[in-house]
Design a protein around this ligand. Structure first.
Ligand code: PEP
Length: 251
């Protein structure tokens, strides 16, 4: 079901103690507030169980930033979807551009991760987005369409309906350079059209599509006002409770 969502992506930031303190701050800031969106924090694996213990799951969702593409076994250092789910987390970011870029994630590995997330009751927050060169050479619609088709279009309509999409133009992530609200809307409407062509208008209308890339309290309201932008995936601004809350309350 389509929802407004603001999800934080802490990336490789905060020690366990700092992370628990930040989660407590966000949780406390949500007390007495009725946000017009679901609020999620996606935190490092090492923090999941401890953060789960200090947040109110009715107000604040918890997710991981990745999971393995195998169910279990001899994969030293990997963390499975079952392990993530066993901490109490309900979400997992998959296909973040940093994982595609630095850890060679492909649509093939992402297909496995999506399947394992579903098997373990996790909702994927699935990231797509073009790099600067693709924005500048005009291939960005094709690139994003291909990312969705190759990793997700083997799914049934029912399973596709369980995915949250995050459009994150790579040139806007951590750069301070936000896509304009019109650029975001243009891409989000395009993505919804791609989904409608494959699964029909109802599935497309029910898909939450978040924007990510230097989203801040100062630009969130304009982005979220666009009809096809259903919220944000927030990196840097999720690392302080007040800036994260400034985005949560932008709806
Ligand atoms: C992200 O990494 O998902 C992200 C959107 O980062 P930032 O908000 O820092 O650009």
């Amino acid at each position: 079901m389509r929802k407004n969502i603001v999800a934080g992506n802490w990336k490789m930031n905060t020690t366990l103690q700092e992370g628990v303190a930040l989660a407590k701050d966000v949780n406390a800031a949500l007390e007495g507030v009725q946000p017009k969106c679901d609020v999620i924090i996606c935190v490092p694996f090492t923090h999941l169980a401890s953060v789960n213990a200090v947040i109110d799951a009715n107000k604040l969702g918890l997710g991981a930033e990745n999971c393995a593409d195998h169910a279990s076994g001899a994969y030293t250092g990997e963390i499975s979807a079952a392990m993530v789910a066993s901490t109490g987390a309900k979400y997992v970011i998959l296909g973040h551009s940093e994982r595609r870029q630095y850890y060679g994630e492909t649509s093939e590995t992402l297909k496995e991760k999506v399947a394992l997330a579903f098997e373990n009751g996790l909702t994927p927050i699935f990231c797509i987005g073009e790099v600067l060169e693709e924005r500048e050479n005009g291939t960005f619609f094709d690139v994003v369409k291909e990312q969705i088709e190759s990793a997700l279009f083997h799914l049934s309509a029912e399973d596709f309906g369980r995915i949250i999409l995050a459009y994150e133009p790579v040139w806007a992530i951590g750069t301070g350079k936000t896509a304009t609200d019109d650029q975001a809307q243009e891409m989000h409407a395009f993505i919804r059209g791609v989904i409608a062509d494959k699964y029909g208008k109802e599935v497309a209308d029910n898909t939450s599509i978040l924007y990510g890339g230097s989203c801040k309290p100062t630009n969130a309201a304009a982005l979220f006002a666009k009809p096809d932008v259903d919220g944000g995936l927030i990196g840097g601004a999720a690392l302080k409770a007040d800036s994260f809350m400034g985005i949560v309350t932008a709806f």
